[in-house]
Design a protein around this ligand. Structure first.
Ligand code: SF4
Length: 354
């Protein structure tokens, strides 16, 4: 307990002076904290900031998110990746309206009953927004606690969970769980990073066993890497250039259950076979890599042009079953679409050539 209470005091003193100024810390609004925690999953703070403000302008509360147009929602999320997070947010918002009258629930258990909210996120919201004694243990906190305790094992193992969670629970039980969690989050990003921890600036330096025992090279624990799964895919960038009238681009909406489900993108599909569209002329191609979860996908986009807007029945003759819907987007209104980055790059290259 002595170590926990020393660390608690030092951490809270440090946090009082060095807390990062972040938009979701302006007030203690559970909704805003929830959105920030979901956006921050696998994503850096700097990347999240512009998305966060835009998202809250469109959907300032649970009800607005529950009522959101799914297209607007996915387009505001485009570029942040892991699109299931946006869909889960809306499912959870509807659930909050139905089960909790539109008010965010306050306990970790209730929060975890909502779609997309796991152990870490529930603990973060419960402690930061509602002051509950919960430790929000993610990879960053695991790293700091492992170093302080000189724990060199796998934090995800049974032993790791017992040691680190047990110590984290002692810390929050000493009071101000919100500042404990946020202090550890800030310390992990500002001082105790994965590489080159700045021990000279650290408030925990006097009792960090990992440092004293010279174990920092072994923490965080490194699991043997599993190789990325390599796949091949093709995309079709089909421009319609009629003799008269507006030029347009073919878009496809990814099907439910597919990667990037619900998102408007160029039609693309996993295959070694390139498309052979009829009534079109090829004018170029673009190669890049799409990375989705553990998959490294070679993405070959074929540029074609047609003189008319081909309809679904015609498209189905040469496009695999890769889309729930198709639509033709006028080139003058491309700013209304947020394509995923690899498709955006392909489109930029294609449009240079016309
Ligand atoms: S003393 Fe160094 S290793 Fe220990 S918690 Fe602080 S920054 Fe991390």
């Amino acid at each position: 307990m002595k170590l926990a209470s020393h660390m608690h005091r030092a951490l809270l003193n440090w946090y009082a002076k060095h807390a990062r100024v972040l938009p979701w810390r302006k007030n203690v609004d559970p909704y805003r904290i929830w959105i920030s925690e979901i956006m921050l999953q696998q994503t850096r703070v700097e990347t999240v900031l512009p998305y966060y403000e835009r998202f809250l302008t469109h959907f300032p509360n649970v009800q607005a998110l529950a009522d959101a147009n799914p297209d607007t929602l996915t387009s505001l999320w485009a570029g942040l990746g892991y699109y299931s997070r946006a869909r889960n947010l809306q499912t959870a918002a509807k659930d909050i309206v139905a089960r909790f009258g539109g008010t965010m629930p306050s306990t970790k258990e209730e929060l975890q009953s909502l779609k997309g909210i796991g152990d870490y996120t529930a603990a973060a919201i419960a402690s930061i927004a509602f002051g509950q004694n919960e430790i929000a243990l993610d990879g960053n906190l695991e790293r700091v606690l492992s170093r302080v305790l000189a724990f060199t094992g796998d934090p995800k193992s049974k032993e790791g969970r017992t040691v680190l969670r047990g110590f984290g629970e002692k810390l929050v039980a000493l009071g101000n769980a919100s500042a404990v969690n946020q202090g550890l989050m800030d310390l992990s990003s500002q001082v105790c990073g994965i590489k080159n921890p700045k021990c000279g600036e650290c408030p925990l330096v006097d009792f960090c066993e990992g440092r004293k025992q010279n174990l920092l090279a072994q923490i965080p624990f490194k699991k043997a890497k599993t190789a990325a799964i390599e796949l091949n895919s093709h995309g079709l960038l089909l421009l319609c250039e009629p003799e008269r009238g507006e030029k347009s681009l073919l878009l496809a909406r990814r099907k439910t259950g597919d990667w990037l489900a619900g998102l408007w993108d160029l039609p693309w599909w996993l295959s070694d076979e390139a498309p052979a569209p009829k009534k079109t002329v090829k004018f170029g191609e673009h190669k890049s890599i799409r990375t989705i979860t553990k998959h490294k996908i070679q993405y070959n986009v074929h540029f074609h042009r047609s003189s008319t807007e081909l309809q679904r029945a015609e498209l189905e003759n040469f496009l695999p079953d890769c889309a729930a819907e198709f639509r033709w987007q006028p080139l003058t209104k491309l700013d209304q679409v947020n394509l995923p980055k690899p498709s955006e790059k392909a489109l930029a290259q294609a449009l240079k050539g016309i």
